[in-house]
Design a protein around this ligand. Structure first.
Ligand SMILES: [Zn+2]
Ligand SMILES: [Zn+2]
Length: 265
């Protein structure tokens, strides 16, 4: 979940926590878009100078809502060549988890940015998907992340290749399984043009078959989106054969059965 510090979300951790308590959740995770070495990298992430404010805001929410476990993380962009920077970020706090996400493919294009939608029309969809999954596989193999965000993000604007992408998914999922990295069901896809959670059911069934662990994310960019569509997400997980999820504390993973309510209206 995100906060106002990334410049395209609304609210502070206190607001997210208040909403979570209203919904009866017992644990949430906040994972702002990571800073880059230079603040002008793009216009949709937290500045490095705001890390302290971010962590203080999470602590304030923990104090106000002691009944709620609040995990502190980052959603970190994986780009080749930034590994040292990501390790630097990892060393700045005792984080609970890092979500590794790929938004950028070759040419410095953030494929999910609505302002750069035109790029999709100048490239073959399959080339974009292949580049994306090459990077996602490298992210899963990097040892830098506990879980991988919105794993089939390229479908966001419905530029889906005619070619079969299953081999791309499978290469990534093998790497995730081998390195003990989880993936998430991210319900934000339902709020985008693709109108489908990330990842698609076929992808998730394959993930289950490969033994890849699962987390749940709303990718909330405002308090009203906390745990949005989690009932549907839980159903999707069960339909695809999952009977457990995982949680993170100080980057250690614990499994728990999917027998409770992971629910929101
Ligand atoms: Zn965002
Ligand atoms: Zn993302």
């Amino acid at each position: 979940m995100h906060t106002h510090l990334c410049h395209h979300a609304v609210g502070v951790p206190m607001d997210l926590a208040r909403r979570a308590v209203e919904l009866g959740l017992t644990e949430i995770g906040i994972s702002e878009h990571n800073p880059m070495p230079s603040d002008d990298f793009d216009d949709w992430r937290m500045y490095a100078s705001k890390l302290g404010e971010y962590l203080d805001a999470i602590d304030a929410a923990r104090q106000a809502y002691p009944q709620l476990r609040i995990r502190a993380g980052l959603e970190v962009d994986y780009l080749p060549g930034y590994e040292t920077w990501i390790q630097d970020l990892a060393g700045r706090h005792d984080w609970d988890y890092f979500i590794g996400s790929v938004h950028y493919v070759e040419g410095g294009w953030d494929i999910d940015n609505p302002k750069r939608l035109g790029e999709w029309r100048s490239r073959r969809a399959f080339d974009v998907w292949r580049q994306y999954f090459d990077r996602l596989t490298a992210a899963a193999s990097s040892g830098l992340f506990q879980t991988i965000g919105h794993p089939d993000l390229p479908k966001k604007f419905c530029f889906v290749p005619a070619e079969d992408c299953t081999p791309l998914f499978d290469t990534f999922l093998h790497a995730a399984a081998q390195h003990g990295v989880a993936i998430e069901i991210n319900t934000a896809g339902l709020r985008k043009e693709c109108k489908e959670m990330y990842p698609a059911p076929n992808f998730l069934r394959l993930a289950r078959k490969r033994g890849v662990r699962l987390t749940f994310g709303s990718d909330a960019h405002q308090p009203g989106e906390v745990a949005m569509n989690f009932t549907d997400a839980l159903q999707l997980a069960r339909d695809c054969g999952y009977d457990e999820t995982v949680r993170f504390e100080k980057r250690a993973v614990t499994a728990l059965p999917l027998n409770g309510r992971v629910d929101a209206p």
